[in-house]
Design a protein around this ligand. Structure first.
Ligand code: HH2
Length: 269
């Protein structure tokens, strides 16, 4: 590995169940959070207005735009940090890009809408194509694969080729195996063990392991997402040591520190 991977800090602009103060509260909280992640060393922020957790309710494009655009505009006025928009909807990606987002992170690999591919080509920014089996609401019901690594690899390559055919610049494509998206613990571990079979596709690899449920499946005491920092760091270091280009995380400060220590050790080899 040369240099540490980029750290992508997660900024959610989704309603706060403790808040009855309406969107202003969520917005201000998100902007404050984004500032903190930049100060903690995030290389890129991933802004999302719709949760992709299993069972999460879906949100209209208008609502999503209403959530994320003011946050992107606010961050843009005070920072030049790269910002990705985490959405499956082309109209949200378009609005976010107009507001200053510099990349599109799509958990459906540009497969959600008819015009997703064409929109990505038109926006002309980096795009993250992620693998998911099924759809968020039901994806964890009973995921099955013959060979999870081969299938995820073939899917990602197929989507990358389709994106290039639709006019997306090859250099703008990043791939992500979608840890936890329609995968059992065994599937997630198999993918993590075989990262070189994904990096050898020749595209930067994005990995989202932070606070995910597979950590709870390994450590039953990690019921709450707040109990999963140790597992998140272990997985982030593994991904970094096996060629990931970007690690998507909630705990930016701790991850930057862990990656810096790994880099220092490797630098002395
Ligand atoms: N994971 C989540 C959302 N978006 N995007 C990419 N490219 N890769 C991922 O692994 C990924 C993603 C879900 O993360 P989670 O921590 O469960 O939810 P949230 O986004 O609300 O933090």
């Amino acid at each position: 590995m040369s240099g540490r991977p980029m750290v992508m800090g997660v900024v959610n602009v989704t309603p706060d169940s403790f808040s009855d103060g309406g969107r202003f509260f969520d917005r201000e909280t998100a902007i404050e959070h984004a500032r903190r992640l930049i100060a903690e060393g995030a290389d890129i922020l991933d802004i999302g207005g719709e949760s992709t957790r299993p069972g999460a309710a879906s949100v209209s494009a208008e609502e999503e735009i209403d959530r994320v655009v003011p946050v992107i505009e606010a961050i843009r006025t005070e920072s030049a940090a790269p910002l990705s928009i985490d959405t499956m909807k082309p109209e949200v990606a378009r609005a976010a890009r107009a507001a200053g987002a510099t990349a599109w992170n799509d958990v459906t690999a540009l497969g959600w809408a008819e015009d997703s591919m064409a929109t990505a080509a038109e926006l002309g920014c980096p795009v993250i194509l992620m693998h998911m089996q099924g759809e968020p609401r039901t994806m964890q019901d009973d995921p099955r694969y013959e060979d999870v690594v081969a299938e995820v690899r073939a899917f990602l390559l197929g989507r990358a080729e389709a994106a290039v055919a639709a006019g997306v610049d090859r250099e703008s494509i990043w791939l992500d195996p979608g840890i936890g998206f329609g995968k059992t613990l065994a599937h997630n571990l198999e993918l993590l063990r075989n990262l070189p079979r994904l990096t050898d596709l020749g595209f930067p690899l994005v990995m989202g392991v932070s606070r995910k449920r597979f950590i709870r499946a390994i450590d039953a005491t990690a019921q709450s997402v707040d109990d999963r920092l140790g597992g998140s760091l272990a997985a982030a270091l593994w991904c970094a040591a096996h060629g990931a280009a970007v690690i998507r995380v909630h705990d930016v400060r701790e991850t930057v520190q862990a990656l810096s220590v790994l880099e220092a050790i490797e630098g002395g080899a």
